[in-house]
Design a protein around this ligand. Structure first.
Ligand code: SF4
Length: 222
């Protein structure tokens, strides 16, 4: 049963029961924005309640859309390597996205090209992310890229100036957790993957350093 029938975006699809299975089931039939129309399926988060670290990406990609799991494509594989290099055990991590359906355009009739979700879609989908945060109760939330960061920290947030910093949820985000989670923003692993410049090693290392900063924040809360 949905919580409210006339709320905007995804809010009207939220179930009264708030556990991950109920949320995942309810999200399968979300029509909170138009992205469900062309995508294969809803790609909900993956992990267990109580995972101390939540990773939030932008949206599922082509492979995630087909598999129904987040971070199973090339960017996910780079992320897994970076987590290992940062000393973060994957068992401690819950992975999800700010937007739960794949947004794309078709090229040549077949190939699906990723399109960045718009602000309307990010805001429409945010109730799922907030519900996941309330159920999982992470101690540290890592925001991977501008879309994820701006979903929780507002449209004016710039990853380029505040990456790796330890931040708090703004009071405008209606999440009730005690203690409050620490937020760390960094780039999306797909941008590291795309970087073919001679700075690639440095770009990767900086990404790992940001993840290490998130792991260190967890240690301090310990
Ligand atoms: S992107 Fe989010 S709000 Fe839009 S239909 Fe999918 S689950 Fe619902």
């Amino acid at each position: 049963m949905a919580a409210t029938s006339n709320a905007p975006g995804a809010a009207r699809y939220l179930p009264v029961e708030r556990d991950l299975d109920a949320l995942r089931d309810a999200a399968e039939t979300c029509h909170g924005c138009s992205l469900f129309e062309d995508a294969t399926q809803t790609v909900f988060g993956n992990g267990h309640p109580g995972a101390p670290i939540m990773l939030v990406g932008e949206q599922p990609g082509d492979q995630e859309d087909r598999a129904g799991e987040p971070f199973v494509g090339p960017a996910g594989r780079l992320l897994a390597r970076a987590l290992e290099d940062a000393g973060i055990d994957p068992a401690m991590v819950y992975e999800t996205n700010a937007v739960k359906h794949f947004k794309f355009t078709r090229k040549g009739g077949k190939r699906r090209i990723h399109q960045k979700p718009g602000r309307t879609e990010v805001v429409a989908c945010r109730p799922w992310l907030i519900a996941e945060i309330e159920v999982v109760q992470p101690q540290v939330i890592v925001l991977l890229g501008a879309t994820a960061a701006q979903s929780l920290l507002g449209a004016a947030f710039r990853v380029s100036t505040q990456r790796g910093h330890q931040l708090r949820l703004p009071s405008t985000v209606d999440v009730h957790l005690t203690p409050e989670p620490t937020l760390v923003a960094t780039v999306h692993p797909s941008s590291v993957l795309r970087d073919r410049s001679d700075r690639h090693d440095e770009v990767y290392k900086t990404f790992v350093d940001d993840l290490r900063s998130a792991g260190a924040a967890l240690g301090r809360r310990g």
